[in-house]
Design a protein around this ligand. Structure first.
Ligand code: FES
Length: 164
């Protein structure tokens, strides 16, 4: 996906693939959410200009699009880091030290949650249960699950990701 995001960064407008996807699904129930998922999959977030174009193509008010984007935590309005980290703060992970992981990670990255590092490499966010509580505390980095993470292991994990 990161390669796609990199490709998309230079895109000024909706790609032919996204236009075709909208044409195919526009009359289906839930099509707006599907389209927004597709847009975010491609760009890594929902760029403002693209939100305008989606509104025009699907003939829905822009306010409705922003209503959906802001209702679901999943959608992002700003460009994330090249590597996206999710720290689970569901009950099991919280009880097993999720907050300590957040503090350690913020120290390593030098920025708080929901902020992209100055070099654009990382962004991190706290999320609800990701569904593998037996592995608490859990991190998800670029879609890959890291379980039973100890704070002292974080430096090594981040250094490894940075090299990829
Ligand atoms: S609470 Fe973290 S995976 Fe469920």
């Amino acid at each position: 996906m990161n390669t796609e995001i990199a490709k998309a960064e230079s895109a000024e407008t909706l790609t032919p693939e996204l236009i075709a996807f909208m044409a195919e699904w526009r009359h289906s129930p839930g099509s707006l959410i599907m389209v927004l998922h597709k847009v975010q999959q491609f760009y890594g977030f929902i760029p403002r200009k693209i939100a305008f174009e989606v509104a025009e193509h699907l003939d829905v008010p822009l306010a409705k699009i922003y209503g959906v984007i802001t209702f679901y935590n999943f959608f992002k309005l700003t460009k994330p880091g090249r590597n996206q980290i999710q720290i689970c703060m569901g009950t099991a992970c919280y009880l097993k030290g999720g907050e300590d992981l957040v503090a350690e990670l913020e120290g390593i990255l030098g920025v708080g949650l929901n902020t992209v590092t100055p070099d654009g490499e990382f962004s991190a966010e706290a999320v609800r249960c990701v569904g593998c509580c037996g592995l608490a505390p859990v991190l998800v980095i670029n879609g890959e699950v890291y379980g039973k993470v100890e704070t002292k292991a974080l430096h090594g994990i981040i250094a490894e990701i940075r090299k990829r």
